[in-house]
Design a protein around this ligand. Structure first.
Ligand SMILES: Nc1ncnc2c1ncn2[C@@H]1O[C@H](COP(=O)(O)OP(=O)(O)OP(=O)(O)O)[C@@H](O)[C@H]1O
Ligand SMILES: Cc1ncc(COP(=O)(O)O)c(N)n1
Length: 513
C-alpha cells in the first residue's frame, strides 16, 4: 500500500559534499556520564546512522536522569589539543557542536572552525538541560550568537530560539516559524525548528532557510507526540544524526525525513531501556530489534502474528521487483504496473477499512478506520494525479490484486472485527517494514539523484504511516484479547493469508506487466 503523504517529487541537492557511506563525524560537546545526552548520545546516534563517531570533550558534567549536579570545564588549551589531534590526522566530514559551557570554549571552537572549515557543521545551541540546569554560562550567550554564522544548520529548541533572538518564547508553532525565519535570515544559515516544547499532540519540526537553499523557505516534517517521560538527549541525538546523514545525502530535507522517523521510534521504544528514575534516554539502536515488532510494547498476540510475517518479509526482500526497485534496474513497465495496481487495490482496501470502522467497538477505533479509509482514497487519487497521469499502464484489475481484495472483502463479510483486523494488518505492517528498509538502503547508498525511482523511494520515510501502523497493531492486539479461541485461530489464518498476498502483490509486476 502506498504511504499516505510525503509523495512530493523534489530534487536531491547537488552540493560540494560527496556522498560518503561512512561519514567521519566529530562531536564537540559535553560529557553525560549517564549516557543519555552529550557526547555519549552523539556517538550512539552517529553509529546508529552508519557514521564513524569521534568526540572532543568541552566539559565534564556529573549528571544522571534526574539532573546535573556539577560541571567542570577543563582548560581550553586542552580542548584545542584534542581538536588539533583529530584534524591534523583525520578528514572530518561533519561536525556536531553541543554543550560549550562558557565564552572561552566558544572562542576556541570558533578559531578551530575557521581554520579547519569542515563541510558540514551542525550547531545545537545547548543552554539549559531538560532538568532545568544551566549548561552555558549566562555571560556566554552573546558569544554563542556570534558562532551561529559559522554553522550550516542550527537546531534550537523553542526557548533557545527565543533567547538567540532576544525575544519571548514563541507561544505557538506559527510564531516559532516566524522567529525561525528571522534567525535564519540574520545568520545566513538554515535553522531547524523543533516542536518538542509545544503543548499538544503534535511534535512537528521544520527546516527554515530564506535564501533559496531549500526547495522552499519552510519545509515542515510532521510528527505525532510520543507519550513518554524518557526524552533525555533527544536534541543531542537529533543534531548528531542530522550531521551524519547530511554528510551522506548533502540534502537537509532528505536528512530530516530519514532521521525524524528514527527519532520518533527511539522515543517510542525508550521506556523499554529502563534507565534511571527520572527522564531516561531514548533507544538509539531500536532498529536493531525488528523495527515495529511489538513483542515488548503490545501484547503477545501481535508478537505471534509478527512471527508469521517474518518469513514472508524475507520472501519479499528476495523478490526481483524489490531488488530492482532498490538498485534502480527495475524495468519501467513493471513499476508502472505496480503503481496502477496499487491504485486499484487502495480503492478496495478503502472499502474494507470502512467496514472495520462500522464494526469497531470504540469511537476511537471507529474514527481511526474511517479516517484511514478516507486517506486510502486520497492516496489513490494522488497516485492517478502525480504518478500515473504520465505513465502508460493498464487500468485493468490484475489477478493478484483481485484475489487479495476478494480475500479482504470475504473476511469483512464474516462479521468478526478481530478477524477483519488481522486480515487488514499485513498491508500496514509489511509495507511499513519494506518501505523503511528500501528508504534506508537508498539513503545508505548516498541518495543518488540519478536513481530512476528516487522520487518514489523518498516517499517511504513516512512517520505518519509508521504511527498509523503502530495503532493498527495495538487495535488488533486489543481485539485479540477479547476474541474467542476460534476467532484467534481465524485471525492467524487471515493474517497469514494477507501476508502471502502481500508477497504475491509485489511479485505480480514481474508476471503480468
Ligand atoms: N515526546 C515527543 N514525541 C515525539 N517527538 C518528540 C518528543 N519530544 C521531542 N520530540 C522531538 O525530538 C526532537 C528534539 O526536540 P526538542 O524540542 O525537545 O529539543 P530539545 O529541547 O533540544 O531536546 P532535549 O529534550 O534533548 O533538550 C524534535 O525532533 C522533536 O520534534
Ligand atoms: C552534556 C550534556 N549536553 C547536552 C545536554 C542536553 O540534553 P537534555 O536537554 O536532554 O538534558 C545535557 N543534559 N548534557
Amino acid at each position: 500500500m502506498a504511504s499516505s503523504s510525503n509523495s512530493a517529487v523534489y530534487p536531491v541537492g547537488i552540493g560540494a559534499v560527496p556522498a560518503r557511506p561512512h561519514p567521519r563525524v566529530l562531536s564537540i560537546a559535553g560529557s553525560d556520564p549517564s549516557g543519555g545526552a552529550g557526547i555519549q548520545a552523539d556517538l550512539k546516534s552517529i553509529a546508529a546512522h552508519g557514521g564513524y563517531g569521534m568526540a572532543a570533550i568541552t566539559a565534564l558534567t556529573a549528571q544522571n536522569t534526574l539532573g546535573v549536579s556539577a560541571v567542570h570545564v577543563p582548560p581550553v588549551e586542552f580542548l584545542r589539543q584534542q581538536l588539533d589531534a583529530i584534524s591534523s590526522d583525520i578528514d572530518i566530514d561533519a561536525v556536531k557542536i553541543g554543550m560549550l559551557g562558557d565564552a572561552a570554549v566558544i572562542d576556541e571552537v570558533r578559531s578551530w572552525l575557521e581554520e579547519v572549515r569542515p563541510a558540514v557543521v551542525v550547531l545545537d545551541p545547548v543552554m539549559v538541560a531538560t532538568s532545568g540546569d544551566r549548561l552555558l554560562h549566562e555571560t556566554a550567550e552573546a558569544s554563542l550568537r556570534s558562532l551561529l554564522p559559522l554553522a550550516d544548520l542550527i537546531t534550537p529548541n523553542l526557548p533557545e530560539l527565543a533567547m538567540l533572538l532576544g525575544e519571548p518564547e514563541a507561544p505557538d508553532w506559527a510564531t516559532a516559524l516566524d522567529q525561525g525565519k528571522r534567525l535564519a535570515a540574520e545568520c545566513g544559515t538554515t535553522v531547524l525548528l523543533k516542536g518538542g516544547h509545544l503543548a499538544g499532540n503534535d511534535c512537528p519540526d521544520a527546516l527554515v532557510n530564506t535564501s533559496g537553499l531549500l526547495r522552499q523557505d519552510v519545509i515542515e516534517v510532521p510528527g505525532t507526540r510520543v507519550d513518554t517521560r524518557n526524552s533525555h538527549g533527544t536534541g543531542c541525538s537529533l543534531s548528531s544524526a542530522l550531521a551524519t546523514v547530511q554528510a551522506r545525502t548533502d540534502d537537509w530535507e532528505a536528512s530530516l525525513r530519514e532521521v525524524k522517523p528514527w527519532l520518533l521510534q527511539a522515543l517510542a521504544t525508550a521506556d523499554g531501556l529502563k534507565v534511571g528514575k527520572g527522564s531516561g534516554p531514548v533507544h538509539h539502536f531500536h532498529h536493531l530489534e525488528p523495527a515495529l515488532n511489538p513483542a515488548g510494547k503490545s501484547g503477545d498476540f501481535a508478537a505471534r502474528l509478527w512471527a508469521e510475517a517474518v518469513p514472508e518479509l524475507e520472501a519479499i526482500y528476495g523478490l526481483a521487483f524489490i531488488q530492482g526497485l532498490q538498485s534502480g534496474r527495475l524495468p519501467e513497465p513493471q513499476f508502472n504496473y505496480y503503481l496502477a495496481q496499487d491504485a486499484i487495490y487502495l480503492n478496495g482496501y478503502s472499502r474494507v477499512l470502512a467496514r472495520a470502522g462500522a464494526l469497531a467497538p470504540t469511537e476511537e477505533e471507529q474514527l481511526f478506520w474511517a479516517k484511514s479509509s478516507q486517506l486510502c482514497l486520497e492516496v489513490e487519487s494522488e497516485l492517478h494525479r502525480d504518478w500515473l497521469s504520465t505513465r502508460p499502464a493498464s487500468t485493468e484489475t490484475g489477478p493478484m490484486t483481485r484475489s487479495y481484495v476478494d480475500h479482504l472483502l470475504a473476511t469483512s463479510a464474516s462479521g468478526s472485527y478481530a478477524v477483519l483486523l488481522a486480515a487488514i494488518l499485513p498491508c500496514y505492517w509489511l509495507y511499513a517494514e519494506v518501505g523503511q528498509q528500501l528508504h534506508a538502503a537508498y539513503v545508505q547508498a548516498g541518495a543518488p539523484s540519478d536513481h530512476p525511482y528516487a522520487a518514489w523511494l523518498k516517499t517511504y520515510a513516512d512517520e505518519e504511516f509508521a504511527a498509523a501502523t503502530r495503532k493498527a497493531i495495538d487495535f488488533t492486539d486489543a481485539a485479540a484479547a477479547g476474541a474467542s479461541a476460534q476467532e484467534r485461530k481465524a485471525m492467524v489464518e487471515a493474517f497469514a493469508q494477507s501476508c502471502r498476498y502481500e508477497t504475491a502483490f509485489f511479485d505480480a509486476p514481474r508476471l503480468f506487466a
